[in-house]
Ligand binder design. Structure first.
Ligand code: AMP
Ligand code: ZN
Length: 488
């Protein structure tokens, strides 16, 4: 029996790092949600920890859409200005990589931007309204810097620096930062306070950078923090709703962005969150891996491509991310990935039974508790682990019209983004790229083996099995999940 949906809409609560508390989301512009996510620095491939940051931003965006807001999402591409040390020291990451590889810096940026987009697509992360590329905004960065330079900056030999004592509440987001900017770089000649940071970095006399522009402070390049302030302001307007990034950004990058934003907006203190440029500052916790494979300097680091090469479907990694709350640390292990894959496969097998159904009205009393649970979980600071259980409970509902069930699952998957109706269980087979047999050859051998067994010709059937094993294909007769084979 169908009835009007009784789902009670729970107000969306999100954890604001600025106040360290859960706050109810109220949009700045009625009906809209404007979100800026710090994007990749395209000097190297992203690792899967970096990609966790975008899965989180994607779930946030999809939840805002679920709640009925028109989403305007920006992710930036940092192709200049990010130094090897976030706290204002070292070399520009892209200049360094270009020099090491003796390659054109623009080619480096293009190559790694495209590699990042491949991962975005593979993880079914929705495209933002804007991919804003830092080097496209140099003029705007110069205008922003000029507008705050007199009151808040000073020039020294290496660049134009922001004086962090000129605004109230510097470092409130980080909390750990002491007044003298503990842990910051104070070795730069002429810096007034350890926490001060460059908003424009001059090219040293006698040197030429591949990326440099004229400015009132000499030839040089923008500081990394300046980029995000400017692109956020230009594309979303201050204050916008939510700024996201990984938890490392809570310590240096975002406090510095906030300081610039305060200066730009007239210096209000942070007891009024909007003076920071955004109402909410949200941070995902890290993906960690105990043996050090997350470090890009470790040689073979954990790229999504490594998971694909080992035969895992990329959405198994998305499932792994969703099984943890975004504010919890998540430990990567191959066992953990296997468990996520098995869970995804169970879900996909249940969804395959709905393949012939046509989604109809999802309102049905049998599904109301799951939809309510799903909504309440998301509204509770994006609790995807609970939302996943609501999805599984909905799939387990018996004696119900398949069309209604399909509509419910489609609705939930629009938030979880597991592409459940686009996947089949065979897509999820573990299939390393170095495998020696094609899918068609395996299917053919399995057909021949099935025919031999039907005729009780076990000699032939065993020979086929052995031949498959020699080529790395392991048959899985009687597997509870119905996997016919996997590549061993
Ligand atoms: P980057 O390209 O280094 O600027 O990093 C891109 C995004 O990944 C930023 O939001 C970082 O905070 C985030 N990030 C870096 N390492 C990890 C990690 N291990 N787990 C989760 N997020 C990370
Ligand atoms: Zn940023």
């Amino acid at each position: 029996m169908c009835m009007a949906m009784r789902m009670s809409e729970v107000p969306l609560k999100l954890f604001n790092s600025l106040t360290r508390s859960l706050e109810t989301f109220e949009p700045v512009h009625a009906g809209e949600a404007r979100v800026y996510s710090c994007g990749p620095t395209v000097y190297n491939y992203p690792h899967i920890g970096n990609m966790r940051a975008y899965v989180f931003a994607d779930i946030l965006g999809r939840t805002l859409s679920w709640k009925g807001y028109a989403l305007k999402h920006v992710i930036n591409i940092t192709d200049v200005g990010h130094l090897t040390d976030d706290a204002d020291d070292g070399e520009d990451k892209l200049e360094k990589m270009a020099a090491e590889k003796a390659q054109d810096i623009w080619q480096i940026a293009k190559h790694y931007t495209e590699a990042y987009w491949d991962d975005i697509k593979a993880l079914n992360i929705r495209e933002p309204a804007h991919w804003s590329v830092a080097t496209d905004y140099i003029e705007e960065m110069l205008d922003f810097a000029k507008s705050i330079a007199d009151k808040h900056c000073y020039e020294c030999e290496t660049g134009l620096y922001f004086d962090t004592t000129t605004i109230d509440d510097y470092g409130r987001l980080a909390r750990a930062v002491t007044e003298d900017g503990e842990g910051r770089i104070d070795t730069v000649e002429g810096k007034r306070n350890a926490a001060d940071f460059a908003i424009w970095r001059k090219t040293p006399a006698g040197e030429k950078r591949q990326m440099e522009w004229d400015s009132p402070w000499g030839k040089g390049a923008p500081g990394w923090h300046l980029e995000c302030s400017v692109m956020g302001e230009k594309l979303l307007g201050f204050p916008f709703d939510i700024h996201t990034g990984g938890i490392d950004h809570r310590e240096i990058h975002h406090p510095n962005e906030i300081a610039q934003n305060q200066a730009f907006c007239g210096c209000g203190g942070l007891s009024e969150a909007t003076n920071s440029g955004a109402r909410f500052w949200m941070h995902n916790n890290f993906l960690v891996e105990r043996s050090g494979k997350m470090s890009k300097s470790s040689g073979e680091f954990l790229r999504l491509q490594l998971l694909l090469d080992k035969g895992y479907h990329p959405l198994a990694y998305r499932m792994m991310c969703l099984q943890a709350h975004y504010r919890s640390e998540l430990e990567f292990s191959w066992d953990g990935l296997n468990a996520a894959l098995t869970r995804l496969k169970r879900v996909v097998m249940a969804v395959e039974r709905l393949a012939d159904a046509v989604a109809s009205d999802p309102s049905h009393q049998k599904f109301a508790p799951m939809l309510e649970k799903f909504d309440a979980a998301l509204a509770d600071d994006l609790n995807t682990p609970i939302a996943l259980t609501a999805l599984e409970e909905a799939l387990a509902v018996k004696k119900v019209d398949a069309n209604v069930k399909r509509a419910v699952i489609e609705k939930m998957d629009a938030v979880l983004g597991l592409n459940l109706f686009g996947l089949s269980r065979t897509d999820l087979r573990i299939r390393p790229t170095a495998a020696q047999m094609s899918e068609a050859e395996i299917a053919d051998a399995m057909e021949r083996r099935k025919a031999a067994r039907a005729e009780k010709d076990f000699g032939t059937s065993d020979a086929i099995r052995d031949d498959l094993a020699a080529k790395g294909v392991e048959l899985m007769d009687g597997d509870p999940l119905g996997w016919d084979w996997k590549l061993a």
